[in-house]
Write a protein that binds this ligand. Structure first.
Ligand SMILES: Cc1cc2nc3c(=O)[nH]c(=O)nc-3n(C[C@H](O)[C@H](O)[C@H](O)COP(=O)(O)O)c2cc1C
Length: 172
């Protein structure tokens, strides 16, 4: 089985998760796995299964990943993502479902995984300048969440995502 891990990553969090999944699958399975940033994927038809990684932008897949996902048909597809919010929040859950919605009609969804990733410090600085009535204005709760986001993706999350996708790809 030919497997592609394709990811989009602005600041490196989703790339870190993608590389970790790749290393775990590559080392332990008798599968033909490649990894590429989405903009380097030439021929989707070369692969039987695709694991797609995106960073969450406006509560769903970032634009580049969204365009890529719309092109995928008749594949076994896994989805993984990183975001600034907590993965166990409604926002986290919905951010994965929005990715799934782009793929589920034309593909078999084999699994999905989401975890936090450090939020760009320039964005946090910009939020700090906003009026307190702005939706994105900084609060103590948000500052704490951004500090926690910096700790992710961690090794445990990389392993969990790898185990999930490995099982779903290899057990027939
Ligand atoms: C422009 C922009 C928009 C973002 N929008 C969201 C969002 O809607 N929800 C969220 O939880 N995190 C949001 N984030 C945080 C990123 O999804 C998060 O930091 C992610 O791990 C970045 O991944 P990357 O390092 O692979 O680019 C946003 C970040 C940026 C820079």
């Amino acid at each position: 089985m030919n497997i592609l891990i394709a990811y989009s990553s602005k600041t490196g969090n989703t790339k870190k998760l993608a590389m970790g999944i790749y290393n775990n699958i590559y080392e332990e399975c008798d599968l033909n796995v490649s990894i590429k940033p989405i903009d380097e994927v030439k021929c989707i038809e070369d692969y039987d299964a695709i694991l797609i990684g995106y960073w969450v932008d406006k509560g769903g897949p970032n634009k580049e990943a969204k365009e890529f996902m719309k092109r995928i048909k008749n594949k076994r597809v896994g989805i993984f993502a990183t975001l600034g919010a907590y993965p166990d929040s409604n926002h986290g859950f919905n951010s994965l479902v929005k990715g799934e919605d782009l793929l589920k009609e034309n593909n078999e969804i084999i699994g999905k995984y989401i975890c936090q990733g450090a939020v760009d410090s320039n964005l946090i600085e910009a939020f700090k300048k906003l009026d307190s009535n702005n939706y994105h204005a900084i609060t103590d709760e948000k500052l704490r969440r951004y500090k926690i986001a910096k700790l992710h993706p961690n090794e445990a999350e990389i392993l969990s995502a790898s185990i999930l996708f490995k099982e779903r790809l290899t057990i027939v």
